[in-house]
Design a protein around this ligand. Structure first.
Ligand SMILES: [Fe+2]
Ligand SMILES: [Fe+2]
Length: 325
């Protein structure tokens, strides 16, 4: 008898296949059947790092619907059926799994850069900071194993740039490098402050985003946002360091609060020091460059010469590799 593959990835599923698998719940909606007499069904989007598929629970949806949430990982028994030319999973059994038993790498894609290499670079940048108080702040924060684990695993976004595991680390390194070393006339800038600001500017994302079965906003993330969450985290650490100069602390706090650059982009204050202006530009540079890379790569893999419309960039991208002329 043909052996069934254990826990197949979404991209491996074929029409007609019987599936026992583990997937992340990206969307969950209870809907009414067109014939309202029939009651409700569950409309789901299930995914892993290879892709995602729509899924349906036709029977007994009202009683199943509260047994798991968006962002959970579920074990399903299902069949792959084709509807209007697209595969979907029709689920017989669905059960939420314990968060601890789920390796995030199975469900969420990871940074193209090896994480060990980025961790090494992070420590090199931290060690390059000469200011004793900023060095102490960074060493204490990153020396905390729970914090370090979260920071080096977190994505930088749910949908846009660096939206994969270790994306926060990759993005923060880019911003720290660009801001402290890439600015014109950088000799006159406080490069230690820019290094610390670059590394810490998005630190609130470790509380804003959760990544179990997929990347989701947490309640604190939705209600407070990463700018405020990061400010709160860094402020708590600053208060524990005896003698930290107040003006330096305030300047670092200003970098965190102003890094989005505009009120419309969620910055409570505009960048009002040279370092804050440089940090904001470095953040934009890293974000836009990553977004252009992700959008271009997606279209390149599909073989298209143009990408779809990219909301963040406000345009479609041309893919020279895929042009025949
Ligand atoms: Fe940010
Ligand atoms: Fe950022």
């Amino acid at each position: 008898m043909k052996q069934r593959k254990v826990d197949p990835y979404i991209s491996e599923l074929r029409a007609g296949q019987r599936v026992h698998g583990v997937y992340g719940v990206q969307r969950k909606q209870l809907r009414t059947f067109r014939d309202e007499q029939k009651g409700y069904y569950l409309d789901l989007q299930l995914g892993d790092r290879s892709g995602s598929l729509p899924a349906r629970v036709w029977d007994d949806a009202s009683s199943v619907k509260d047994s798991f949430d968006e962002g959970d990982v579920v074990r399903v028994k299902a069949t792959v059926q084709t509807y209007r030319g697209q595969n979907q999973l029709v689920i017989d059994e669905i059960q939420a799994l314990d968060e601890e038993s789920v390796p995030a790498e199975r469900f969420i894609a990871a940074s193209p850069r090896p994480v060990e290499q980025m961790q090494e670079e992070l420590w090199q940048l931290i060690e390059s900071v000469e200011d004793r108080f900023l060095a102490q702040l960074l060493t204490e924060m990153f020396g905390d194993p729970a914090f370090y684990r979260k920071y080096t695993l977190a994505p930088a976004a749910k949908k846009v740039h660096h939206n994969y595991l270790h994306g926060l680390l990759e993005h923060s390194l880019e911003v720290a490098r660009l801001a402290s070393r890439g600015a014109p006339d950088s000799g006159n800038l406080n490069t230690d402050l820019l290094m610390a600001g670059g590394i810490l500017h998005d630190v609130g994302k470790i509380e804003e985003l959760a990544c179990v079965g997929s990347i989701q906003y947490t309640e604190a993330g939705r209600l407070l946002g990463h700018v405020v969450l990061g400010f709160r985290m860094v402020t708590a650490r600053l208060q524990n360091i005896d003698g930290f100069p107040q003006s330096q602390a305030r300047h670092l706090q200003h970098l965190l609060l102003s890094h989005h650059g505009k009120h419309d982009y969620g910055a409570p204050v505009l960048p009002q020091t040279r370092e804050a202006v440089v940090l904001h530009q470095a953040d934009m540079f890293s974000g836009k460059a990553s977004q252009a890379a992700i959008t271009t790569e997606k279209a390149r893999k599909k073989g298209s010469s143009w990408s779809g419309y990219d909301q963040l960039l406000g345009r479609s991208m041309w893919i020279p590799d895929n042009c025949s002329e």
